[in-house]
Design a protein around this ligand. Sequence first.
Ligand SMILES: Nc1ncnc2c1ncn2[C@@H]1O[C@H](COP(=O)(O)OP(=O)(O)OP(=O)(O)O)[C@@H](O)[C@H]1O
Ligand SMILES: [Mg+2]
Length: 279
Amino acid sequence: MVGNSVNGAGGTNGSTAGGEVAGRTVTVGGVRVAGVTHEYALHGRPLPVLDDLTLTIGSGEFTAVVGPSGSGKSTLLRLLAGLETPTRGRLFVDGRPIQGPHPSRALVFQDPTLFPWRTVRRNVEVGPQARGKLGEQRDRVGETLELVGLSAFADAYPSQLSGGMAQRAALARALVNEPELLLLDEPLGRLDALTRLAMQRELLNLWLARRFTAILVTHDVDEALRLADRVIVLSDRPARVLADVPVTAPRPRLTDEAELRVQRRHILDLLGAGADAWT
Ligand SMILES: Nc1ncnc2c1ncn2[C@@H]1O[C@H](COP(=O)(O)OP(=O)(O)OP(=O)(O)O)[C@@H](O)[C@H]1O
Ligand SMILES: [Mg+2]
């Protein structure tokens, strides 16, 4: 799988050719997953998790990934974040192989994982501080807090925030590094339904404002259809791509629109959670 075509993962396959986001051309953050197979070791035996996955995600695209629990979605994000090395195959961003973590690729988890002893502002400062750039990027910290609507809570501690606010702080901590690729692992999974809807809108607005490439893992098919340009449906472990569903309905989207209802049914059927599962 990993041949010359992979080395050309930049311009030739569209991953860095530049996507249109809100009328602007975006040229960074294109992703290529080339023949990636991944296995963990469990009780001394290989546990196959990803099975020869090949994907191209355009610069500035918003992609959702859905699949059964334990199918390997978080593993895929961890590989893209450079936190794991695939058993076989390769991953590229803008044609460059991923060889480890990098601030241009940020991973946001379901659990906000803020440092409890640091204020919101000090949590957001973690990245710039680690890179020794806090002095020159202090304005950026303030701007990012503004962007996620947390300026008034900059000096609050995580224990003084609601769940939605904590998740916004976690997003700010990732966005302050101006990632080209934002990897979101069920970031809204623990929020109540109304906060979740509000946060979906905010996430969409952040993406429109910052034009990063976004890969969102979610169990919520409506969330995927509301936000993404395309929904990749993974199979049970070891994960293969069952479907790659383009979502072309104009935003903002209400998922009771006819076209989206049909897509939702199709995706739920693929996941074995459609109408047949209830009879
Ligand atoms: N570090 C690890 N060592 C061994 N097995 C692991 C490790 N991390 C994950 N796994 C296994 O890999 C499989 C895929 O895990 P992963 O977390 O990627 O699934 P997921 O699709 O994100 O699931 P969920 O939707 O429940 O979050 C699971 O069977 C899990 O037990
Ligand atoms: Mg997971």
